[in-house]
Design a protein around this ligand. Structure first.
Ligand SMILES: Cc1cc2nc3c(=O)[nH]c(=O)nc-3n(C[C@H](O)[C@H](O)[C@H](O)COP(=O)(O)OP(=O)(O)OC[C@H]3O[C@@H](n4cnc5c(N)ncnc54)[C@H](O)[C@@H]3O)c2cc1C
Length: 345
């Protein structure tokens, strides 16, 4: 079990900036996100689109903003727990206990929910056989590519994630490789970075990955009840079958408020209601910032979320180190920040 001053749920732009503001006040914090990477909507929904309304940055892409925020929090190096969906939040005598779907257990004096539009979770397949084989031969994540040694793998999808899985599986060292890797996508146009597309094309050219165009229709069970193949419909209406021991579905992500809606917190149109002066919910020690909150005049903008992080940090400090925050301190004269920067932490 991990113990910390503050825990931030969500590593979107606002969650990351919250870590910086808490660090400035000398508070230790951890950050959890359901995604395997930081950045929330900026990284997931518009990585290459330009943003024009971040103060002091005339223009930057979603990914560039996240890279800058990551650089900004480096002096405080908050531990990141990625790929963890927070599914439990319970009050403790001196704070909150947070648990995740991957078995992480953190006790924090204060929790800041920066969950945006919710956790980005994989869209599940809605075809015959999907429910039966989910978690056994159908997976929505690929944690360890070496566990599929000797298997016939079908990867579903045509974006960065699907191609990354197909390429990583195929590039496993000898002795750890699957028997075959097929990629099935409804279109023949794939979308990924030029570097990944080129690695994929190279492996396809060498016939180490086979690409198929079509829409999956059914996961077919064999006599033992196990999945043996996947049926799909080609664009010209022909039903085809691919032998498969495992299907890895990278069929997109959708945001789900999910567990947060079940924690008994006051919601207004699926937003957490907070006191705008402190961003505290109705529960002592439970704060929320960014797109997930509402108060009179709230705007779902990054700049608005950044302001909330400042208000929250001072209110959090009053709980964790009461009476010790002193007067407002500028970063231009922050001894703590200077020390961290000089140490190169
Ligand atoms: C196309 C598009 C363009 C935009 N352009 C602009 C713009 O130009 N300017 C601007 O200011 N804003 C813009 N926005 C809005 C901006 O992206 C959001 O205001 C901002 O991302 C909110 O940040 P956040 O950190 O609050 O939430 P998010 O970015 O939504 O991040 C929340 C994070 O919390 C995680 N999470 C949620 N629940 C859980 C859980 N239970 N367990 C673990 N993790 C969880 C999610 O996985 C996610 O990573 C745009 C949005 C979109 C969609």
């Amino acid at each position: 079990m991990i113990e910390t001053d503050a825990l931030i749920i969500g590593a979107g732009p606002v969650g990351l900036y919250q870590a910086f503001q808490l660090g400035l006040l000398g508070l230790r914090c951890h950050i959890i996100d359901a995604l395997p990477h930081v950045g929330g909507q900026c990284a997931e929904l518009y990585p290459d689109k330009p943003i024009y309304d971040i103060p002091g940055i005339p223009v930057c892409t979603g990914l560039e903003l996240i890279e800058r925020l990551q650089q900004q929090i480096l002096p405080f190096a908050p531990p990141l727990h990625l790929g963890h969906l927070v599914n439990g939040l319970a009050p403790q005598p001196n704070g909150w206990r947070v648990t995740t779907d991957q078995g992480l257990n953190i006790v924090a004096k204060v929790v800041v929910i920066a969950a945006g539009v919710g956790a980005f979770v994989p869209k599940t397949l809605k075809i015959e056989g999907a429910d039966r084989h989910a978690g056994r031969q159908l997976h929505y994540r690929m944690e360890d590519p070496s566990r599929f040694v000797g298997q016939r793998i079908t990867v579903l999808g045509g974006d960065e994630l699907a191609l990354d899985w197909a390429v990583r599986l195929t590039e496993q060292p000898v002795g750890h490789q699957p028997q075959s890797v097929d990629l099935l996508y409804r279109r023949d146009v794939l979308s990924a970075t030029p570097e990944l597309l080129s690695r994929f094309e190279n492996l396809r050219h060498k016939k180490r990955i086979t690409q198929h165009v079509g829409q999956p229709t059914r996961l077919v069970s064999v006599e033992s009840g196990q999945m043996g193949s996947i049926d799909y419909m080609t664009p010209d209406g022909h039903l085809q079958t691919l032998a498969a021991d495992t299907v890895l579905a990278a069929t997109g992500l959708s945001p789900k408020l999910g567990p947060i809606a079940n924690w008994g917190l006051v919601l207004d149109h699926k937003q957490l209601v907070v006191n705008p002066a402190t961003c505290e919910t109705a529960h002592v020690g439970l704060f929320a910032v960014g797109d997930v909150i509402t108060y009179p005049g709230k705007k779902k903008l990054i700049a608005c979320g950044f302001h909330e992080c400042v208000m929250t940090a001072y209110a959090v400090a009053e709980i964790v180190i009461p009476g010790q925050t002193g007067p407002l301190q500028y970063t231009t004269s922050s001894a703590l920040l200077q020390q961290r920067l000089e140490l190169g932490i």
